[in-house]
Design a protein around this ligand. Structure first.
Ligand code: AMP
Length: 454
């Protein structure tokens, strides 16, 4: 199995530190507002990654931090006149509900920054003792110049880091030195050897990962925007404190989600929360949409691409339904043909997934498989055993991607009756020689995997 490592900018053979156990850490949300569909993109991708690693037989421990101390939280609480802790808990709960709704349920432990202040303080003390951090009147700072390899992940050098900075704290040695502890005397604050205050953002993650994983672990993930400065700072802190390198074997970063070609932002009015999305869209369809693009590529959200995802998913679900029907009704004896097809597509699917989780390619194989199966069913049927093998492959596929494929279209819903109405209307159009419109309806039904024969 190969994974693209942002550190080497190459796909590397995957080899965890401890044989079959994988320690995975992904930067969690800053809980000051509802999660948006960009968060959905990143966390669905890592959910699929965990699912696939487990499918391959690894035992994965997935750790995520929750940033519940941050200027954004403090500013938002002041705006809405709420207690920062109450506000953070509210949005943490809503974040978890949103993830649950998207079928993102693989995180084994959520670790809040506020529950790890002693670990944060202890890591800062180590950095000071080892000469990598210094105290000033405003806080404790990491001394970038002391860490030889600063910039190795983002491939930037110290000169790059020190330019373009505004509001530089004059007490710092270098403009790029970042805060480990911010001295403050207003809430929220904690006691520390340097007086009251609160931790900087970067130290929260390394204190948490050191506590649960130790100074070195397998995979660290997050969105592309976090490579610099956040992940760069994490490497400096942890490797300086422990003297061990590398802190992480594989750095994985997701591409950004844009909306109709533009960056998603409140000021552009194109900001979509997961809650907004799920008001009128199926979470499975959003998952399909996300996984139709490689996790490292940017992804463009639009109603059109979501519609396309809905059609594609429906087509696969229909095929699984057809397989179930065949299992109930007729089984044949064209096993050689169907077993061969299943073997070929299973290999192709797994090869794509083994190649840095190439889900768009893997989905394309599933699509071709679906096409070939439907064509073959016109004059061939496999035995019950081979039908079950094919169904179980679709179940594996559904489990890895997080799709529920066992959906029955006439299970308590009215789609069968609605289809009869559409067919009736179409027949009447044909009687009136409205060929263009009736062909259009047939085409659109076809897109949904429904074949209409006159
Ligand atoms: P935040 O809550 O902004 O700290 O982000 C939490 C995670 O979501 C980070 O890994 C971000 O990189 C990721 N993220 C934020 N916005 C987007 C976006 N538009 N597309 C993809 N990932 C995002």
């Amino acid at each position: 199995m190969k994974i693209y490592n942002t550190m080497s900018r190459k796909k590397e053979q995957f080899k965890p530190m401890n044989d079959q156990r994988v320690k995975l850490f992904v930067c969690g949300p800053t809980v000051y507002d509802d999660a948006h569909i960009g968060h959905g993109r990143t966390y669905i991708s890592f959910d699929m990654i965990k699912r696939y690693l487990e499918y391959k037989g690894y035992s994965v421990f997935y750790l995520q931090n929750v940033t519940d101390i941050d200027d954004k939280i403090i500013n938002r609480s002041a705006e809405v006149d709420a207690d920062p802790e109450v506000l953070a808990r509210k949005f943490e709960k809503r974040y978890q509900e949103d993830m649950e709704a998207l079928g993102v349920n693989g995180v084994n432990l959520f670790a809040r920054a506020t529950d790890h202040v002693p670990e944060i303080i202890s890591q800062i003390e180590t950095l000071i003792e080892k000469g990598f951090a210094y105290e000033t009147s405003t806080g404790v700072y990491f001394d970038e110049a002391k860490f030889e390899n600063f910039g190795k992940l983002s491939r930037r050098n110290l000169e790059d880091l020190n330019v373009h900075r505004v509001n530089i704290d004059q007490t710092k040695k270098n403009p790029g030195d970042f805060a480990l502890w911010k001295k403050r005397d207003e809430e929220p604050l904690w006691d520390s050897p340097w007086g009251t205050g609160r931790p900087g953002w970067h130290i929260e993650d390394t204190a948490i990962t050191e506590e649960y994983f130790g100074p070195q672990y397998d995979i660290h993930g997050g969105g592309l925007d976090l490579i610099f400065p956040h992940h760069e700072a994490e490497i400096a802190q942890m490797e300086a404190a422990s003297g061990k390198s590398p802190m992480v074997r594989y750095w994985m970063h997701t591409g950004f989600l844009n909306v109709s070609g533009e960056k998603m932002s409140k000021s552009l009015g194109n900001f979509i929360t997961i809650r907004d999305l799920l008001e009128d869209h199926d979470p499975q369809v959003f998952r399909f949409f996300v996984l139709s693009t490689h996790y490292r590529s940017p992804i463009d959200f639009s109603e059109k691409t979501l519609d396309q995802a809905a059609k594609s998913l429906k087509r696969i679900q229909k095929t699984v339904e057809k397989l179930n029907e065949l299992l109930d009704s007729s089984a044949g004896n064209d096993d050689d043909y169907f077993s061969g097809l299943l073997k070929d597509y299973r290999i192709k699917f797994l090869e794509s997934m083994d190649n840095d989780f190439n889900t768009p390619e893997a989905l394309a194989h599933i699509f071709n498989f679906v096409k070939e199966l439907n064509k073959a069913f016109e004059d061939k049927t496999p035995s019950e055993k081979v039908l079950k093998d094919i169904i179980s492959f679709f179940n594996e596929f559904g489990e890895i991607m997080g799709f529920d494929l066992a959906v029955k279209s006439n299970d308590g819903d009215i789609s069968g009756e609605l289809l009869d109405i559409i067919k009736d209307v179409r027949q009447k159009l044909r009687e009136k020689k409205e060929w263009a419109l009736s062909d259009d309806i047939r085409g659109r039904l076809n897109d949904l995997g429904i074949d209409v024969e006159d």
